[in-house]
Ligand binder design. Structure first.
Ligand code: KG4
Ligand code: ZN
Length: 343
């Protein structure tokens, strides 16, 4: 089954062609970093506009690269939630038009489910059940993946996402946008024990997280150093921040997997590219005898191949148990939990 998939939930416009879920035939991504860089973060109106400008050409280019014609597409999958509403609407309307014109099924895909599916592409042997950690610019989630389309959220952040914390710390350090990769690079030369940063715990909710205190602590530290003219060891601050985020995420994934009785964990989303978190996850899984599936760097950040892959499993669930597909009244939603889809 050949699926054309579309992702436009934030600042990447992406179109892919995948076969039977896990095989990538073409994977086109247009990054908007150049548009948003000067503002230090994503400007929603500019993001939607750029999606409109490039989406059609990206689809043509994906077809060219795959050596396919549009009549060979069996279904269209699209990210319909969550994300920036204007951006999502561009992808959803484009996908609707393709589905309508070619008279093929329209498959709505939840962005976070897509991030989980990135690992199905990378690891042919990976199949549910497992415990998934999804960490991105807007989400930090621990998910019990019972089956491809049957999952429940075990823990999430109460405030800021891990990626938000990286991005805002980077902005305060003058490292530009997006900040995660810059902090990761800077941290390589630093001492992670130099700055004592908080690791929040939420009483009675062992799998929930909070990063806003950490974000504020880092920003205050940077501002205080500037105001008092105290030299700041930026590399060590970056290393201490990576360690604080890693120390918050890693033990929770391990204990959530153990309490669900799983021997497998996966990690994906933009923040999954962080080298400190990757190293700590691998070490902890080894210590606790868990198999650890880390999304390859090329599939960590937003892409459409992961949406096509998850779209395939959503379609299979539809064939197997009649779960709903979408039609031309499909809407986009800025927020929606990954474990209970409504459309
Ligand atoms: O998944 P993603 O591409 O978009 C969202 O769905 O949000 O994630 C983007 C986030 C940004 O916050 C970015 O700074 C962060 O992922 N990120 C990283 C790294 N690479 C990207 N954070 C830490 N270390 C990295 N190497
Ligand atoms: Zn994402």
């Amino acid at each position: 089954m050949i699926i054309l998939s579309v992702e436009s939930s934030c600042d990447e416009t992406a179109v892919a062609l995948t076969e039977d879920g896990r095989r990538i035939l073409a994977d086109e991504i247009h990054s908007q970093v150049d548009v948003h860089k000067i503002y230090g973060g994503v400007v929603p109106e500019l993001a939607s506009r750029r999606h409109i400008e490039v989406i059609s050409a990206l689809a043509d280019s994906a077809l060219n690269k795959a050596g396919l014609i549009k009549q060979q597409i069996d279904a269209v999958a699209v990210t319909f939630a969550p994300g920036l509403i204007g951006s999502l609407l561009v992808g959803v309307n484009f996908a609707k038009s393709v589905a309508l014109a070619l008279r093929i099924p329209l498959i709505p895909v939840h962005h976070i489910r897509g991030h989980i599916a990135a690992n199905y592409i990378a690891y042919p042997e990976l199949a549910p059940p497992f415990l998934a950690l999804v960490v991105s610019g807007g989400h930090s989630l621990l998910i019990d993946v019972r089956d491809y389309t049957d999952m429940s959220i075990l823990g999430s952040t109460r405030d800021d996402a891990a990626g938000e914390c990286f991005d805002k710390a980077a902005r305060a350090l003058g490292l530009g946008y997006p900040g995660g990769p810059a902090i990761d690079n800077l941290a390589r030369g630093g001492d992670e024990t130099k700055y004592a940063l908080p690791r929040a715990k939420l009483q009675g909710s062992p799998f929930d997280m909070s990063f806003s205190g950490l974000k504020t602590a880092v920003i205050n530290l940077i501002h205080n150093a500037k105001q008092t003219n105290t030299p700041l060891d930026c590399a060590s601050l970056a290393a201490s921040l990576c360690a604080a985020i890693s120390d918050t995420l890693v033990p929770r994934v391990i204990s959530a997997a153990q309490s669900a009785g799983y021997a497998k964990i996966s990690c994906s989303g933009g923040v999954a590219a962080n080298s400190v978190i990757r190293k700590a996850l691998l070490a902890a899984s080894k210590e606790h005898n868990l198999s650890c599936y880390l999304a390859p760097l090329s599939l960590c950040s937003d892409n459409a191949a992961m949406i096509g892959c998850q779209g395939f499993y959503e379609y299979m669930a539809h064939v197997k148990n009649g779960s709903a597909l979408a039609d031309s009244d499909l809407n986009a939603y800025a927020t929606m939990p990954a474990d209970s889809l409504i459309f």
